[in-house]
Design a protein around this ligand. Structure first.
Ligand SMILES: Cc1cc2nc3c(=O)[nH]c(=O)nc-3n(C[C@H](O)[C@H](O)[C@H](O)COP(=O)(O)OP(=O)(O)OC[C@H]3O[C@@H](n4cnc5c(N)ncnc54)[C@H](O)[C@@H]3O)c2cc1C
Length: 222
């Protein structure tokens, strides 16, 4: 059943599967149920027997017959732990889509730099699989190699993996120190997603390098 509020439709979606990706992260797949969204947007999800809901970027491509979100399980978290325990016998409440972290049709021929920490890679997974013609680079910061979620969809030569604990990435260290030590393309559009500390620091690095503020877009997770 779908009802509508001033902020968009709310509907119940059956769970299709919960796929463990790596320690502490999983992909929740739910039925599409006619929900239309623009790549880069997020939806709000909660177990149907719970008043709590949380925001999650859509991970799956716009054309997929299902919806997927990539979730990091927070040990003390109210919602992410419950989503991890769902089975195909369950359903979730979904509200949305929401957000402006999207690429307008007129911009799609430009150069993009997608910068993420952790599960902040999710909207870029959706954008790249929805728009395969994009000219993009991905800079993804995580602690361990096994946290490079969903990288199989990115062309290897377009990805810089910044690992702070493992030494097997393209770069050993934080996204921010990688950027400080690399040439910055001031013509590209920069999309930043993840924790706010990274986003604020990257904003400063890019602005100091001469990237115009109108070329910067951000989605803050926490
Ligand atoms: C627009 C938007 C989109 C988002 N998309 C995603 C997404 O695609 N995937 C995803 O995993 N999360 C995403 N988040 C974060 C998500 O909404 C929840 O905050 C997260 O799942 C924790 O919820 P919880 O109820 O389990 O924990 P809570 O009980 O709400 O909080 C527990 C603590 O966990 C911290 N926390 C939240 N997220 C993280 C994280 N990723 N890593 C470490 N600490 C964290 C919070 O700051 C808080 O202190 C998004 C947030 C926003 C605002």
């Amino acid at each position: 059943m779908t009802s509508t509020t001033s902020a968009g439709p709310i509907a119940r979606h059956a769970v299709s599967r919960v796929q463990e990706l790596a320690e502490g992260a999983f992909v929740l797949r739910i039925e599409r149920n006619g929900l239309d969204f623009q790549p880069g947007q997020y939806i709000s999800i909660g177990p149907t027997d719970d008043v709590n809901m949380r925001e999650y970027s859509v991970y799956s491509p716009a054309e997929a017959p299902y919806l997927e979100v990539l979730v990091k399980e927070i040990e003390t978290g109210a919602v992410s732990r419950r989503l991890r325990q769902l089975t195909p016998a369950d359903s979730v409440t979904v509200h949305g889509p929401f957000g402006f972290f999207v690429i307008e049709p007129a911009q799609r021929t430009q150069k993009f730099v997608f910068i993420a920490t952790g599960t902040g890679i999710s909207p870029f997974h959706c954008l790249v699989t929805s728009y395969p013609e994009l000219d993009y680079r991905v800079i993804h910061g995580v602690r361990h190699e096994y946290e490079l979620y969903g990288h199989e969809v990115f062309a290897a030569e377009r990805v810089v993996s910044c690992l702070t604990r493992d030494t097997t990435g393209t770069y050993h260290g934080r996204v921010t120190s990688h950027l400080r030590n690399s040439p910055i393309d001031t013509d590209a559009l920069y999309y930043l997603c993840g924790n706010c500390d990274m986003i604020y620091e990257v904003f400063d690095i890019l602005k100091d390098a001469g990237v115009p503020p109108e070329n910067l877009f951000a989605e803050v997770y926490f």
